[in-house]
Structure formats: structure tokens, C-alpha cells
Design a protein around this ligand. Sequence first.
Ligand SMILES: NC(=O)c1ccc[n+]([C@@H]2O[C@H](COP(=O)([O-])OP(=O)(O)OC[C@H]3O[C@@H](n4cnc5c(N)ncnc54)[C@H](O)[C@@H]3O)[C@@H](O)[C@H]2O)c1
Length: 293
Amino acid sequence: MGRLDGKVVVLSAAGQGIGRASAVAMAKEGAKVYATDINGELLKTLNGVQGIETHVLDVTKTDDVKAFLSKIDRIDVLFNCAGFVFNGTILDTEEKDWDFSFDLNVKSMWRTCKEVIPKMKKQGGGSIINMSSVASSKKGAPNRCVYGATKAAVIGLTKAMAADFVTDQIRCNCVCPGTVDTPSLQDRINALPDPTQARKDFESRQRIGRFCTAEEVANLVVFLASDEHVSAATSAGDILSTQHGRQSTSPYRLSRSTFGHNGPKPGHEDRPEGLPRTPKSLTSLSPNSNMKR
Ligand SMILES: NC(=O)c1ccc[n+]([C@@H]2O[C@H](COP(=O)([O-])OP(=O)(O)OC[C@H]3O[C@@H](n4cnc5c(N)ncnc54)[C@H](O)[C@@H]3O)[C@@H](O)[C@H]2O)c1
């Protein structure tokens, strides 16, 4: 017996990376999976996987999203996975980059949820899983200005929807992965001045010494999609992370080769969440200082 037997799943960005791994994992657990992506070639790699039906869908096209979802009567699980990483500070970000990032990373969720929530209400419940990131309201990451803003918005959207629909038995949660080894991560590394060193730097900043895998994030997605999650202590509005130690309290450092010329200055301390930088001017404060940390 599978953990998702009888469930109907719709997800975006199923062509590669976390979306693809999640489509495969959910089908393996017995779900009927509608796997969508803008890229039909990538979707072909799912041909023949039992339980998966693929559809080309651009989640930035409101009419296409409406038309596609109107054809599916019952939807138990919606996984909004599509997203794009724009690299840069606010100074590098043009209006078009801002608008595109919010359109794909956040507004696409508004498009799908508007269509799916009425179905879930009618059928007596469901699970919505939104893709956020550690680079969000959880943590500021260098050169992730608009990306981090979109992923923080995803957390806000998720919590708002959870509050609105929890009494309709609709759970709405999001996942916040740290760095995951996916094709787009490798593309971002390849674009850096020294990809080999950059990969080492990225890996070494993972406190467990390696990247998270797409399959590990997919395991979390399966849990949120399943009825195990209904009975778990956590039920809606949760922000679940796969950070591989990034929330631990030991500081770690990034080298400039990771980020090229826009990178942090030597000695920059990429502090784990919850560990504020102690300004130089305060380092002489006595341990008994009542300064809030
Ligand atoms: N890889 C990471 O380190 C990481 C970490 C945290 C969060 N995330 C988030 O996880 C999600 C997936 O990232 P990934 O790295 O696994 O995938 P990826 O970037 O390798 O692939 C993204 C997929 O989305 C599809 N896509 C792009 N635009 C689309 C559109 N308009 N409509 C439908 N599909 C579209 C692409 O064709 C591709 O198959 C993203 O939202 C990303 O922000 C990734």
C-alpha cells in the first residue's frame, strides 16, 4: 500500500530537479500525478513512469492555467514548485527582473490556488505545498535580493491561505530548502568565475558537508501530501526546512570565488539564522550585558 494511494496530485516544474523528483516520489507512493512544466522536452524524461501524466504548462499564463485545471475534477494535492533564481543585489535588479520573479515565483501560486481551492473545498479538503527557500524571510542570502523577497512572499501567502482555509480541511504549507543539487544549481555554479572552487565553497557551507538532494526534498513533499501529515502535530501554515544544518549556531564562511566580484568581502560572515552579527563596537560588552541578541 502506498502512502498516497488514491490521491490526485498536480505539480509544476516537474521537468527537472525537485519537481521531477517529487513527481516520481508521489507516483511511487500510489498517487495519480499530473506533472506539468513549461519545457516539453524535459517532461519527456517522465514518459513511461507509472502513475504520471505529463502536460506542458506555463504557470505565468493565467488563461492556460485556468483551462488546464478546469479539466481535472478532483485535486487532492497541489505542489507549486516553479521558481526562478535571479542573481544580484537590488542594484543589479531591473524592473523587468523584479516583475518576472514575482510573476513566476509568487503570482503563479495565486493563479493555481484560485482554481484549486474551490475544488478542494467542495471535495472536503486537500493539501497545498508551496516552494519557498531558506533564502527568504528565514535568512538573507547575498545576491538573492528579488529571489529572497519572492520566497518571503511565498511564506506570507502560505500562512494567509492556511489561516483562511484550515477550517475547510485544506492544509497549506511550504518547504524551505537550503542548497539543493539540481541542474539549475549547477548552471548557476557554472556561471561563476571559478566553478570548481565555487562548488567546493557551496558544499563546504553545508554544515553536513554536502548538498541536499532533490530526493530528500521530495520526501518532505510526500509527507506534506500524505494523511500522515494530517494527524501529525503540525497541520497547516508550517514552514518546513531542509537546511542541512544551516540553522545551527556555528558560524561559517563563504569565499569570494563563490560570488565573484559581487561577493562578500573577505572575512564576511554568513551567519546562520538567529545568530546576529555582533557589531565591533559591542564586542567589548561584558557577558552580563542585558543587550538582547
Ligand atoms: N535548487 C536549489 O538549491 C533550491 C533551493 C531552495 C528552493 N528552490 C526552489 O525549488 C524550485 C525548483 O528548483 P530546482 O532547482 O529543483 O529546479 P530547476 O530550476 O532546476 O528547474 C525548474 C523547472 O521549472 C520549469 N519552469 C521554468 N519556468 C516555468 C514556468 N513559467 N512554468 C512552468 N514551469 C517552469 C523549468 O522548465 C524547470 O524544469 C524553485 O522554486 C526554486 O526556487 C531550489
